[in-house]
Design a protein around this ligand. Structure first.
Ligand SMILES: Cc1cc2nc3c(=O)[nH]c(=O)nc-3n(C[C@H](O)[C@H](O)[C@H](O)COP(=O)(O)OP(=O)(O)OC[C@H]3O[C@@H](n4cnc5c(N)ncnc54)[C@H](O)[C@@H]3O)c2cc1C
Length: 598
């Protein structure tokens, strides 16, 4: 057999094996003959100790026949409160994915349906509950979802008519003074799947420690946050949350309870440290490094636009801020700025180990610039003996609503600052021009200066997008969500976000975006969210989730499925189509190494 023939046979064999992993039929949907009868659901309920919950739309009281004005007004008032929504077993905190299927702002006569929400959830209390639930979903070919808080901006913790495991109540922790791992010795904490960010900081504080965790107190630390990377106030000092993982306990969709660490099931551990939530297995616990608590210096600056400030002066100030962030990140500081056409708000510069003198020195150039531009501004500096009071004061929990914005994101590489011409050069000017263009078009910037290089993160080997290692800023671009918008208006805003991110993509070719806070309609999301890790992650997924039970539209392997108009999840291509295209791609890949023009 010639080399070419051997490669063709090999390609078909590989495609044949991959075919076994490919989705071959739509998930069962209510109304299908194979949808489980009520008594079958009752059987499941018995195996999970009565913890099966049938979903009830949060806004059911806003619609006939359940209409109740008082209750409906309460739902409307709380519609953007994470604390309120996370009490529901099915609520989605990003209204885009709630799909207006039971909308508190529509007329009482409008239909109220489960729509894009899960049909049933098991409020998990033991690994056995997860194992029984995934087994049931598999036996009945049901769509299966892992949900924790429901915060996900990408819609990955919901699924139309799916059966979910709800992990949000698993909040036990175990602290170690002297944990010994394969490449770490020191303080650590093991956290169950439902521990939220706020709990991580509060428990650490009582032990004189800190952990690398997020900003929003209600985000699920062990869920999508750490598995998707996880940025936070210590990002420029210690790296991302996923860089701190030491070991995990994971339940696989084949029903096994396994340990994953750098020395045990290391591929699974690698993937679940930054390669995205809800994709490879169901995390039961994660153990992460903890660090000695340290003093923090905090700074805030705010100013507003007025008739006395010209547009160019306004942008001169913002451009100055954009140019100076390396002076923050180079000394371990992380800062969070929001700006629009009307307001600039830098609510938090976290300077670890900072003093009152060092925070003033750090912000003084910006303050001087604002004074020279005659822009009235407010500045506050404060030092804190340790992290928790700084966190609570600089990021009060009342600040955090959910479902308030459409999001797009791009990781801006330090190279934009450090190239030969620096911030006076063409590349940086193109960046500030693009930012101005978006903001003048009505967008808001959520601009995080963060530099989680491999060096500060302790050279971890994990699935975090390589673009994070080069990043100077995680730049978010936002549009306001309006509960009263109709679908054409919503689509218009989504298109705008995609166009904005396109401008940033052009300036950062080969770069990436933060998979948890990105445009859900990012074209070529595989590259943007996972970069060069994508194929490796896909192979790990196929090994650990061979029946493709775990799905998210932008999770690894998500492109093998498509959601139909009614919400049903179906294979993106028919089995035969898929087999042929896979054989073609694999064959082409194999031949390309011999014939470069292919
Ligand atoms: C208001 C707000 C503030 C935020 N602030 C930050 C921030 O400071 N830093 C930051 O990095 N991100 C932040 N995020 C983004 C956040 O990290 C993501 O939304 C993340 O996906 C939330 O994870 P969750 O588990 O709470 O949410 P969920 O929506 O419940 O789950 C998210 C994803 O994780 C999967 N998942 C959940 N639990 C498990 C499990 N046990 N095993 C396997 N998969 C699981 C789900 O299937 C889904 O794919 C913020 C989001 C919001 C809404």
């Amino acid at each position: 057999m010639s080399t070419r023939q051997s490669l063709a046979v090999l390609a078909i064999l590989i495609a044949g094996v991959s075919f076994l992993w490919s989705p071959q039929k739509c998930r069962t949907y209510p109304g299908d003959p194979s949808w489980p009868e009520p008594h079958v659901w009752d059987e499941l309920n018995k195996t999970v100790d009565g913890l099966l919950i049938r979903s009830r739309p949060v806004a059911i009281a806003c619609h006939h026949p359940h209409f109740d004005e008082e209750q409906c007004n309460e739902v409307r008032k709380q519609w953007h409160s994470p604390q309120y929504l996370e009490k529901s077993s099915s609520a989605i905190q990003t209204p885009l994915f709630a799909n207006k299927s039971c909308d508190p702002f529509s007329e009482p006569d409008a239909p109220c349906a489960i729509g894009s929400h899960v049909a049933y959830s098991v409020k998990v209390a033991s690994p056995a509950h997860v194992i029984s639930t995934v087994k049931f979903a598999k036996e009945h070919n049901l769509r299966f979802v892992v949900r924790n808080t429901g915060h996900d901006y990408m819609g990955k913790s919901t699924g139309s008519q799916a059966l979910a495991v709800w992990m949000g109540h698993l909040r036990l922790t175990e602290w170690f003074d002297d944990y010994e791992g394969s490449n770490y010795r020191g303080p650590a904490v093991k956290m169950q799947a439902g521990v939220p960010v706020e709990q991580t900081y509060e428990e650490a504080n009582t032990r004189g420690l800190v952990v690398v965790s997020g900003v929003c107190p209600t985000v699920g630390f062990s869920g999508g946050y750490i598995q998707g990377g996880g940025h936070g106030p210590f990002g420029s000092l210690y790296g991302l949350a996923a860089d701190q993982t030491l070991s995990m306990e994971v339940i696989t969709t084949t029903g096994e309870f396994v340990r994953a660490s750098p020395t045990e099931n290391s591929d699974l551990f690698w993937a679940m440290s930054g390669g995205g939530g809800g994709t490879y297995g169901i995390l039961w616990t994660v153990t992460v490094k903890a660090f000695p608590d340290i003093p923090i210096a905090g700074g805030r600056i705010g100013f507003s636009k007025s008739d006395k400030i010209s547009d160019d002066t306004w942008w001169e100030a913002i451009d100055f801020y954009q140019a100076m962030t390396p002076s923050f990140t180079d000394i371990g500081a992380t800062s969070f700025a929001f700006y629009s056409n009307e307001k600039f708000d830098l609510p938090a510069v976290f300077l670890p180990n900072g003093t009152s003198r060092s925070i003033i020195t750090l912000l003084q150039p910006f303050v001087d610039k604002l004074s020279s531009l005659r822009i009235p501004h407010k500045v506050d500096y404060k030092t804190y003996p340790n992290f928790l009071p700084a966190y609570k004061e600089l990021w009060p929990s009342e600040l955090f609503g959910v479902g308030l914005f459409y999001f797009g994101n791009r990781l801006l590489p330090r190279e934009l600052w450090d190239n030969r011409d620096g911030v006076e050069g063409k590349k940086f000017k193109q960046l500030t021009k693009a930012v101005r263009e978006m903001v003048e078009d009505g967008a808001g910037a959520f601009d995080i200066a963060i530099r989680p290089t491999l060096k500060v993160a302790g050279n971890p080997d994990n699935a975090v997008h390589p673009a994070w290692r080069e990043a100077e800023r995680a730049f978010g671009i936002q549009l306001l969500w309006d509960d009263l918008d109709d679908w054409p208006a919503i689509q218009g805003k989504l298109n705008k976000i995609t166009a904005y991110v396109g401008l940033l993509r052009e300036l950062t070719p080969g770069g990436g975006a933060y998979l948890n806070e990105a445009d859900p309609y990012e074209p070529n999301w595989q590259q943007a969210f996972y970069g060069s890790h994508y194929n490796k992650l896909l192979a790990i997924k196929d090994k650990w989730d061979p029946d493709q039970m775990l799905y998210g539209a932008t999770a690894v392997g998500g492109d093998r499925w498509s959601e139909k108009d009614d919400g049903r999840l179906c294979p993106a291509q028919s089995g035969v189509q898929w087999f042929l295209s896979e054989a073609f791609e694999r064959g082409r890949g194999a031949l390309a190494s011999f014939v470069p023009s292919l």
